[in-house]
Design a protein around this ligand. Sequence first.
Ligand code: 13P
Length: 313
Amino acid sequence: MKQDLIERIEKLKKKRDVIILAHNYQLPEVQDIADFVGDSLDLSRKAANTTASVIVFCGVQFMAETAKILSPEKTVLLPDLRAGCPLADMVTPEKLRQRKEENPDATVICYINSSAEVKAESDICCTSANAQKVVESVPNNREIIFIPDKWLGNYVLNRTNRKLILWNGHCPTHLMISRENILLLKERHPDAHVLVHPECTRSVVDIATHTLSTNGMVDYVKRSKARDFIIGTEVGILHRLKKENPEKRFYPASVLAECPNMKLINLEKILWSLENMKYEIEISEEIRIRAKEAVSKMLEINNERGKDYFNQY
Ligand code: 13P
């Protein structure tokens, strides 16, 4: 049954010139058939550079939207339109405009976990992999409105000492990860390295060996000599970590850290999506162009030109 689904997906992929991109939190079966699995940053780069005509995005809506923002000439499909992001929904363009009016000179940095409309209202986008670098690219004398994740914002604030105007948003899945549980796991596995995502609360970040994006965790584990790892992010990443490091052991910081939206995509829906060419992501050109500016600035800053960015424009 599963093999049959995979074969039908493969056939349609060839026929329609498709690339399947999947986030590290996707179900194992989805990660296994994807052409590329990664974090938000790598997936956006991949979407910008692929030559395929169709992108099937196995992730949540803001990720598929980012692919469309960067590759408007491509058909971008999200196999289940209900795959949203509660964190992204915590900021609306109206509320952001109001905050901008209150702080007219501030630079707006938006986490990639935001809608295309919110990106269009922002100056620079960032992901968990480059938030610090993006913040540091803004001249010291400028105020920064950082939206929508207060925990990522708090993490960057503590590392940069910059005055950030934070937004009261959070990821409900990462809030399932508690310091107490990690400390209990640490008692059982004292040599384990604790890797947590910057969307976790401050009390969790404070006891981590490292705070990393999902791809940051993948790279760290690969290079580390440690054998045991406590993983403080959405549990879907454990599949990739185990698959790529069969000799190492992984313990989820919380088995409750499961994002229901990420788990909406499965093989049946990918096949259905390819058969029906649905759901196609559409963004008005006016919004897309403005949103693209924020995303492109992030990609430029990420490629090392960060420090001087503001002087170039
Ligand atoms: P990464 O960019 O680290 O993969 O994080 C994505 C995300 O949505 C975390 O909740």
